[in-house]
Ligand binder design. Structure first.
Ligand code: ZN
Length: 305
């Protein structure tokens, strides 16, 4: 049995998977915000709960909103800031009395979809999460690619490629730069773009509904979004040439993307034809926790994250 834990900022989700990927048990509890010790205790209780219900002992994989710094072995880049600077993997291994594997949550998403999701069996898979931010993860041959700096797949903080005059320098980003892909493609960015062009202040998901209802401003906003998405993802295709690109997060529900973006990206990809598939996630929000469980996938040993 494989146990996956998704360590979110507001909730912690636990899932027990059978060898064939069937869900055996699932739990979701509020995250103890701001308290590292409580976070460890909560994970231990969650694992005990799942093992009590299934009457089996499981391996434990954990998805985190950050990464383990290869240089220090400590958590970095977590927006759950109380995890930063802590040896979370070692503390959890001690508390759970077994080895644990940790990976960035977007990497877990990509691993889930590459293992038995929308990209099952594909050799090179790029997973994209577009919601409040713009994350990404790369899986090659069934293994998460972590990278020398543990940032592989983090395309959201590259500058938007081929910016038009009105896209320069671009909105300021929390990372300290301006015009990052995330400042154009996140949900809040889409909503902001709609307002900037005379639309109402509504969430990104409502912009799509308004376009369907015939709102010309909303339609134009989505068209700008599709063009920007195509330019941004084309640069990923040019570097790693994925077989499948899987979208997750709130904006993966924009159905127009799957038809329009592949039509638009050909202009930016260095190839006479582009056979890359762009598909929605099979497991949706559950992919993070499933991928965490799949970090222990016998037969395809994954590098310790
Ligand atoms: Zn940025």
């Amino acid at each position: 049995m494989r146990i996956g834990i998704d360590l979110g900022g507001t909730k912690i989700e636990g899932l027990a998977l059978a060898d064939d990927g069937r869900e055996l048990a699932r739990r979701r509890i509020a995250a103890p915000r701001g308290d590292y010790g409580d976070t460890i205790h909560t994970v231990v209780h969650l694992v005990a709960d799942l093992e009590g219900e299934t009457q089996q002992r499981g391996s434990v994989g954990i998805g985190i909103p950050g990464a383990i710094s290869p240089a220090t072995g400590l958590i970095k880049n977590a927006n759950s800031t109380w995890l930063n600077g802590r040896p979370l993997d070692r503390d959890l291994a001690l508390a759970l009395d077994r080895p644990v594997r940790l990976a960035n949550d977007a990497n877990c998403f990509a691993l889930s979809e590459a293992t038995d999701g929308a990209a099952a069996g594909a050799a090179v898979v790029f997973g994209v999460i577009i919601g409040t931010g713009t994350g990404g993860g790369l899986v090659i041959g069934g293994r998460v690619v972590t990278g020398a700096n543990a940032i592989a797949g983090e395309w959201g903080h590259n500058p938007l490629p081929a910016p038009r005059d009105d896209e320069r320098p671009g909105p300021p980003c929390y990372c300290g730069r301006s015009g990052c892909i995330e400042t154009f493609l996140s949900g809040p960015a889409l909503a902001r773009d709609y307002v900037a062009h005379g639309g109402d202040d509504v969430p990104a998901r409502d912009v799509a509904g308004r376009a369907d209802a015939g709102d010309a401003r909303a339609t134009a906003c989505l068209e700008r979004y599709e063009h920007r998405f195509a330019r941004a993802i084309a640069s990923v295709i040019n570097v790693v040439d994925p077989d499948v690109i899987v979208l997750g997060g709130g904006l993966s529900n924009l159905r127009c993307l799957y038809e329009r973006v592949p039509q638009l990206w050909t202009a930016h990809v260095f190839s006479d034809r582009v056979d890359t598939k762009l598909v929605p996630a099979k497991y949706g929000d559950a992919s993070g926790v499933r991928g965490a469980a799949w970090l222990w996938n016998e037969g395809t040993p994954l590098a310790l994250q």
